[in-house]
Design a protein around this ligand. Sequence first.
Ligand code: 13P
Ligand code: SF4
Length: 374
Amino acid sequence: MLFQPPIAPSYSKLSPEEIAAQIREHKRNFGDRLVILGHHYQQDDVLEFADFTGDSLKLSQIAAQQNAAEFVVFCGVHFMAESADILTDDSVKVILPDLSAGCSMADMAALDQLEDAWAFLAESTDAKIIPITYVNSAASIKAFCGMHDGACCTSSNAAMVLEWAFKHGEKVIFLPDQHLGRNTAYAMGIPLDDMVVYDPKEPDGGLSAKQASAAKVILWKGHCSVHQLFNAAQCDAIRANEPDRKILVHPECSWEVVQKADLAGSTEFIINTIEQAPKGSKWAIGTEVHLVNRLTNTHTDKDVRSLATIQCLCTTMYRISPTQLLWSLDELADGRVSNQIRVHAEVKRWANVALERMLTNVSSTPKAISGHVD
Ligand code: 13P
Ligand code: SF4
């Protein structure tokens, strides 16, 4: 995780109303020079200032269109700001309001670990292996995939990207989220027995050459610390106590949870499903608490709540506060481009290849990874 130096103590004396008014004034003054992007897991007090909101895929696509702006302030996490920097012209400066807004899942895959895995797999099998990385990964991991005939994916398009991968190779190494990889591959008809887990902390990933060469999908041992908080017992409790409540989860949840759910799909898919659900319908949602609360408060004609009884909060997304956003804009207004996220040119070139392979293979309508409701 990167270090964010503390901001001036005077910011703590500002009221929420003063902070909001100053952010609005900056937006007026910057006009078209400034674009603020906000991920759905951000707090409402930040999201209200976003020019565009979306999930990882939608925000990547929107970022790619922002070449007329001077500054893109990304209210999300570090890997998202890196993707925006990769996809925009060099003239666009991408800012992350708090440098410590990282992603624990992205931190579970380092380039040297992937290089070791690749060398081990090359010794284990002659089969063509396609590396696929979830966009929740460092730019260096995306670049590795671009350089080795692979691609990126998001939770909105993982199935399409895996189908693409199997047209170009015989095996896939999928990282860093084992759950998205397993859930997607299983829904495509690949049995669990054809998948193995590569643990980057173990020599040779904890696998024998025979296991690696027999597998069709090699899943990296990584996970989302938020979505792993949902479990099968929570689903069983809903089935036992409220059989008319549908369970809708994000595919970063475990395979057991996705199997017990009625539907699994990306953040954008979850939002669309609730928007289109009939009045009076009941839902238990397995995703980040800010999005669930927003769905509960927006769709008061439906009964929407979290699948978990504990708060499933993305603590790193939460680091982007209105105060931190104001500080970022104050810095820009004073002529200091603080917290610019800059990806090295060579890394950018290859990461762009991986992202472009993804963007040319996607449909704009997010589909369920698995399940259906009657
Ligand atoms: P999506 O935005 O692709 O649904 O991913 C969820 C997430 O965990 C973002 O970090
Ligand atoms: Fe990373 Fe999970 Fe937070 Fe998304 S929700 S940024 S995957 S820790």
